[in-house]
Design a protein around this ligand. Sequence first.
Ligand SMILES: [Zn+2]
Length: 339
Amino acid sequence: MQGTVLYGPRDVRFEDCPEPKIMEPTDAVIRLPATCVCGSDLWPYRGAQEIKGPTPMGHEYVGFVEEVGRAVTSIKPGQFVIGSFATSDNTCPHCQYGYQSSCVNREFMTRAQAPFLRVPHADGTLVATPGGTPPDDLVPSLLAASDVLGTGWFAADAANVKPGATVVVVGDGAVGLLGVLSARQMGAERIIAMSRHESRQKLAREFGATDIVTERGDEGITRIKDLTKGIGADSVLECVGTQESMMQAIQSTRPGGFVSYVGVPHGVSLDGAQLFFSHVHLHGGPAPVRRYLPQLIELILNGKINPGKVFDLVLPLDRVAEGYRAMDERRAIKALLRP
Ligand SMILES: [Zn+2]
């Protein structure tokens, strides 16, 4: 089998890798009809996050179950399944509180930019589509549920988006765009997307954005205040992970409002006094995608949402390096890879 390995900054190779096997009785091995490149893959790709030697890549996946370990009871060969970038037993106290991405048995997935994948804790991690194999045209949307949609949904949920709310989304990557979609599904009345890129603004509007703000930093905050009668937004979704985006989010929120943060932070530090006087709720982290999967799968299968639209580039898997390049150069929002 061949899979994707990152060797260093901007050095992605598609090369021979060992085929995954059942190693623990709780494992499953799945065959992937599609996989993709994540915005978070760009941090190590750009050298902004150090890697220790060649690193197999990919943590978003859907697929057909090929084989399961002897302790797996709910997942069966032949099923079409979706899992999260974080594995979970779905039984420990953190899982029961709905924070499966903090499961005591959590493993962060990798090696998914390949045709086959081993998934630990299959029973607690994977969700099978009801009604058998989904139509192929829904595969991109189901794949999005594995990470970007689940993360955008968590961002909206953690920012307490309620019917009638005014929402700001900071970040126009795939997660931010799906944060817009999620806020719309949760009944937000006004959704202000912060974006400078025309193609992304267009998709944000398709997903439900009512206003676009192109300014950033202090100018962006001023624009949000202007648009909200000087009050600030009820809910702000921070989907980038930089100091500027985090401060933009906190300062765009009204006193008593909610900020969620789902962008993996790089160099973010908060000033205690500024936080104290901002009066905002903060809630974020790696999204507990597993909590939302059954609901998201249903919305997709029923045609209520079409998150697969974030994939604006489709490539054969062996051209994965071009997928990274296109996303790095912002020529593509998100690259879908077909083995
Ligand atoms: Zn757990």
